[in-house]
Ligand binder design. Structure first.
Ligand code: PMP
Length: 320
């Protein structure tokens, strides 16, 4: 769970005080789970200041998700990027978790609501380690009794609020059983992803990860991992991954904006590999955690610097 607090929330072009960022109880999105959103991180960078990680890719996914749900965002990609950077600067929190949400906020019931005004809100709150100590020492997981819905029912490439009822059920079941995270299978029984993370397994020096045919979200961290692993010289293969391949893997790990890269130490009663994190996971993590801090020139392109807050000139009379 993340503590949700901050100073300002951007709502349709206005910076609203955190406590006053409200919507009506009869909003379409609240009742029917029809909204789309993003989870983005900003980090302090080693050279000073801070940067947002892969901002353009997150904004493009938000726009794609919104269009698919017939909720065209009334702002351009550049305007949304600027609003996100402004929100980050106005809250002055690092590391932060940034949550843009596209929703229909006016009171109107009826599931086939295509007309309600489409709104955008952006929050920036303090970011913590999502999977607690397991982020470093290995996450204890179980295979969820809840499977991913087929993309013929709920297309997984779109990051829609309603998809997370499925993640919630899987996560609640895992928590109640004492595990830190659930691994969901697709509707045919192949390994799909975590409740909010993609999954990788390492076998015989090759890195495997499920593809879109397993009804996953195409994660932006997943893409970063694929690029880093490839650049490090590890073969990366996207394919159907069986439970058997997961349980007998040399290494396994999650990737996600909030989870970052988190090694998996157990799946139910089965220990993964012998050392957590395993050597390939560790070398990918090492590059990733340096890249987000701006320490890897080749991945500097993934960082958007946060603008400094506009300086407020204090009149001489008020300085004393
Ligand atoms: N799968 C699901 C279901 C998610 O919610 C997330 C988090 N957005 C991910 C995978 C990882 O995606 P990303 O790396 O873009 O955060």
């Amino acid at each position: 769970m993340m503590a949700a607090d901050g100073k300002k929330i951007w709502m349709d072009g206005r910076m609203v005080d955190f406590a006053n960022a409200q919507v009506h109880v009869l909003t379409h999105t609240l009742h029917y789970g029809v909204g789309v959103f993003e989870g983005i991180r900003a980090y302090p960078t080693t050279g000073g200041g801070g940067a947002i990680f892969r901002l353009r890719e997150h904004v493009e996914r938000l726009v794609t998700s919104a269009r698919f749900y017939h909720m065209p965002i009334p702002y351009s990609v550049e305007e949304i990027e600027k609003a996100i950077l402004d929100t980050q600067a106005a809250n002055g929190i690092l590391p932060s978790y940034i949550r843009p949400l596209v929703y229909r906020g006016e009171p109107a019931l009826g599931v086939k609501n295509l007309k309600g005004k489409v709104s955008l809100a952006i929050a920036a709150i303090p970011a913590k380690k999502y999977l607690g100590d397991g982020s470093e020492t290995g996450v204890r997981t179980k295979i969820s009794p809840f499977r991913k819905p087929s993309s013929e029912a709920l297309p997984s490439f779109a990051k829609a609020t309603g998809n997370y009822a499925n993640s919630y059920l899987a996560g609640a079941d895992a928590s109640k059983d004492g595990y830190e995270e659930a691994i969901l299978l697709d509707c045919r029984g192949f390994v799909a992803e975590g409740t909010g993370e993609n999954i990788f397994v390492v076998r015989g020096g090759t890195v495997y990860t499920p593809g879109l045919e397993s009804d996953i979200l195409l994660g932006i961290t997943r893409d970063s991992v694929i690029q880093i692993a490839t650049d490090l010289g590890f073969p990366v293969v996207q394919k159907l991954v069986s439970v058997n391949e997961l349980l007998s893997a040399d290494e396994a790990f999650f990737s996600g904006t909030y989870a970052e890269i988190a090694p998996i130490r157990e799946v139910g009663h089965y220990a993964i590999g012998s050392k957590v994190p395993g050597p390939i996971t560790r070398s990918i993590m090492d590059v990733f955690f340096r890249a987000i801090r701006g320490e890897v020139p080749a991945y500097q392109k993934w960082l958007s610097p946060i603008p400094p807050l506009p300086r407020v000139e204090v009149p001489p009379a008020a300085r004393r």
